[in-house]
Design a binder for this molecule. Structure first.
Ligand SMILES: [Fe+2]
Length: 143
């Protein structure tokens, strides 16, 4: 099983568990990319994309509820960042409809790269700001 780098741990149990699962889905995509026994990967790719979308929506709801309960000043910006992720997943789903044997691995690769970058920026910057706010730091909308 994929082990999340400790840098990504926020110290908020629910968030950390949910983030761990998102890393596992990314790991699943990596497995699919390397799998040479599956000829046409559309079904598996679509399942991963759907899993990401469903799980992320649930996870975002939990995060937003937490931020609302804290009166977190960057809530709207954080919601916008989440929406950007959902939109991108939707565009991957649309593109997945058009994949062929010749393009599928590139698309899975692009998805993995996007997830890597997004999880890094989002967890290490946006989500970590929430933790800093919980710890009493003055977090403002323009930082
Ligand atoms: Fe978030």
């Amino acid at each position: 099983m994929y082990k999340m780098n400790p840098d990504y741990l926020l110290g908020l149990e629910l968030m950390d568990t949910q983030h761990q699962y998102l890393f596992e889905l990314m790991e699943k995509a990596q497995g699919l990319l390397k799998d040479e026994n599956i000829l046409y990967k559309y079904d598996e790719l679509f399942e991963i994309l759907k899993g990401l979308e469903d799980y992320t929506k649930k996870h975002f709801k939990n995060e937003i509820a937490l931020m609302e309960s804290l009166d977190y000043p960057r809530l709207q910006l954080h919601i916008a960042a989440h929406q950007g992720f959902i939109d991108k997943l939707n565009s991957f789903e649309i593109d997945a409809e058009k994949i062929s044997l010749g393009t599928q691995d590139q698309m899975i690769y692009d998805l993995i790269e996007y997830l890597k970058e997004w999880l890094q920026i989002h967890i290490l910057d946006c989500d970590r700001k929430v933790v800093r706010f919980i710890n009493g730091e003055n977090i403002t909308v323009d930082m």
